[in-house]
Design a protein around this ligand. Sequence first.
Ligand SMILES: [Zn+2]
Length: 160
Amino acid sequence: MADEMKPEGKAGNANDVIHSNGDASSELYEMVIDQLFAELKTVYAETGKVTDEVLSALNNVLQTPLLPALDLVDSKNVTLLVCPAGRKLYQVVGSSSTPYTCFESNNYCSCPAYKFSVLKKEEHSMCKHVLAVKLSNALGVTKELQVSNEEITDLLLHLE
Ligand SMILES: [Zn+2]
């Protein structure tokens, strides 16, 4: 069962994020971002290139710096972990070689920047790791890794 299919989350930290982003302006903002990622995907699929137009549009809309995230994508630091039970999560190895756990669906990341800049101060809509996941998926370069159910459970239990 996918994360989105779960009944209203009560305790999980990752679930809190979904519920705090409900107002119309943030929905519109999400739509614009989704649209730009879709455009990036189409352009890349057709031409094999990332155009400056799309990148600068993304850079303007996102409050998150684009270049550090592109660096993570370039260094192939984004991995999708999939377990036999079907649960999926992303691991992004940050600049300090620490692997962080991310969910694309609600922009959750286990890094400190997520807690301070995204949740607490609301400076950024997502951290560079989640942005890297979105870019990596749009460009189709995300590595997929099959892991055991236990490994995913262990990662989920250790999220703060
Ligand atoms: Zn992060």
